[in-house]
Write a protein that binds this ligand. Sequence first.
Ligand SMILES: Nc1ncnc2c1ncn2[C@@H]1O[C@H](COP(=O)(O)OP(=O)(O)OP(=O)(O)O)[C@@H](O)[C@H]1O
Length: 266
Amino acid sequence: MNARTSRPAVSIRNVDKVWTPEGRTPVRALAGLDFDVAPGEFVVLLGPSGCGKSTLLYMIAGLEETSSGLIECDGLKVTEPSAERGLIFQEASLFPWLTIADNVAFGLSVQGVSPVRRREIAIEMLKRVGLGDMLDKKPDELSGGMRQRAACARALAMKPKVLMMDEPFAALDVQTRSRMQDFLLQIWKDSGASILLVTHSIDEAISLADRVVVFTARPGRVKTIVPIDLPRPRQSRDPRYHEYRDLFTELLADEVDRAFAEQEAA
Ligand SMILES: Nc1ncnc2c1ncn2[C@@H]1O[C@H](COP(=O)(O)OP(=O)(O)OP(=O)(O)O)[C@@H](O)[C@H]1O
């Protein structure tokens, strides 16, 4: 972990979330979440389907309110979205009618950056993610991996302190996924941002994380937090890698069974 200050980048204090959809039974998604993310730390959220991982990201992003408890970023209570907290989804949510460079520049226009400077930043960011020769392409002219890199460039252009990623590589093929993981580690080091990444993949968690937060089945609670004490780049042939894999498989198995049992009973 390359924490630089003692103040957490994200502080999650006793957070509950109950969804109350109109005309439907309330859903208790998260209960009593309490953990911190250090500046520059890479935290992976791992847990069974429906345990509230995405819900947590939306609350940190300021897109949803907590039902109780407190979320702070850099010491300030989260009340609304901020450029300091970027969110990337499974499918790159780029505007299809804009070029890649204009997509990256778009958020900066909201911040009042001049058109010339926006273009400069967009080019710089797209070069950084290896898309320097794709500036004037539209999203549908790019592969899925390229689109995700463009989404990363757009988020990084805002210089976020926290970058949240909701299963960002789940839709990609195995080879592209592995390259994107290497790429992500590189931009994480370069940017100094904290990363919170949701995945269902145990291997992705071991390959990327400083710490893995394992959730219980719904309502999601922190089952345990496991630091990954392996040097990077992580090698799947390392016997300790296999020990982590066995540990996470065991930790998740009970929770996945519980989640299934609940779905069948519903
Ligand atoms: N907008 C919403 N309105 C009502 N209920 C919601 C809403 N969003 C999520 N939920 C419910 O909250 C629970 C947690 O959902 P969430 O998507 O956060 O879980 P998850 O762990 O990210 O799941 P998955 O791994 O399948 O993506 C689920 O039961 C879901 O149906």
